[in-house]
Each structure stands twice: as structure tokens, then as C-alpha cells.
Design a protein around this ligand. Structure first.
Ligand SMILES: Nc1nc2c(c(=O)[nH]1)N=C([C@H](O)[C@H](O)COP(=O)(O)OP(=O)(O)OP(=O)(O)O)CN2
Ligand SMILES: [Zn+2]
Length: 129
């Protein structure tokens, strides 16, 4: 079936610690998190900014997490305070958190894959097939 795949990448800067971690990651520290979101659909849709069905998903909608925390994003925040308690602040759960929040903003048929990197040598990817 013909389909589109959008890819967008962005960064945000935040502090975190991993609860009960035996090592430096258990102390408050910061990362420039890199995020890559892939959105796939066989249909085009309107968006919160555009009334015409011409997009898989609006890049502006996909990039919500790069906004300042005072504007609903994750930038310049403390992830342990922003994320609900059932998410820990590992890259795995940050990817799931971004996936879950982004999915809420999109039409049901849009498939997502979210990748998160804390450091230049490690990535995690999350999707729900
Ligand atoms: N599977 C995961 N492992 C670790 C995570 C994680 O989110 N998922 N997170 C951390 C820490 O948050 C830490 O900040 C990253 O540590 P580290 O991999 O040690 O990063 P460095 O770039 O400093 O690695 P060096 O090898 O010391 O250069 C840890 N593990
Ligand atoms: Zn860290």
C-alpha cells in the first residue's frame, strides 16, 4: 500500500537522575537529548494549524517536546518532576513518554516510532506495532 513516512529530529536540554541507580546516573545531571520521530500513514490529515487534509502529521505537532516546559514541552526542565511517576527517566521510558504524548495528538491511523539519545553513542527506539 502506498504510504508516507515523515521524519523529524530535534533536541531539548533537561536534567534528570535515575531513581535508586548505583552510580553517577543516580545524581542529578543534564543531557542535550536528541529525539527522532518517524510518523507513517497511508492517509493525509488536517492538523491543529491547517484545516486541509494535506499532512501525515504537522511537523509542529510532532515537535511539541522541544518547547520550553512553561509552554508544554520538556526543554529546560527536570524530567523527574515533569514525567508522571509511572515513567522513570531512562531513555527507554522518555521515548515511551514522548511516544504516548505524541500519539494523543494525532489521528488513530498514524504509526509512530520514537528514538531518544542521551549521549552521542547510545540510542533507544520505541514503537508499538
Ligand atoms: N539502558 C539504559 N542505560 C542507561 C541509561 C538509560 O537511560 N538507559 N541512562 C544512563 C544515565 O542516564 C547516563 O547519563 C548515561 O550514562 P553513560 O552511558 O555512562 O554515558 P556516558 O556518555 O557518560 O558514557 P561513557 O562511557 O562514560 O562515556 C546510564 N545507563
Ligand atoms: Zn543521564
Amino acid at each position: 500500500m502506498p504510504k508516507w513516512k515523515l521524519v523529524t529530529e530535534f533536541t531539548f536540554d533537561s536534567a534528570h537522575y535515575i531513581r535508586d541507580y548505583d552510580g553517577p546516573c543516580g545524581r542529578m545531571h543534564g543531557h542535550t537529548y536528541k529525539v527522532r520521530i518517524e510518523a507513517t500513514s497511508a492517509k493525509l490529515h488536517s492538523s491543529e494549524f491547517c484545516p486541509h487534509p494535506v499532512m501525515v502529521a504537522d511537523f509542529r505537532t510532532l515537535r511539541w517536546a522541544k518547547k520550553d516546559i512553561t509552554k508544554g514541552g520538556l526543554d529546560h526542565g527536570i524530567l523527574n518532576e515533569i514525567m508522571p511517576e509511572d515513567y522513570e527517566t531512562t531513555a527507554e521510558m522518555i521515548a515511551k513518554f514522548i511516544y504516548d504524548r505524541t500519539k494523543e495528538k494525532l489521528p488513530e491511523d498514524v504509526q509512530l516510532k520514537v528514538a531518544v539519545s542521551e549521549t552521542s553513542n547510545s540510542w533507544v527506539e520505541y514503537e508499538d506495532e
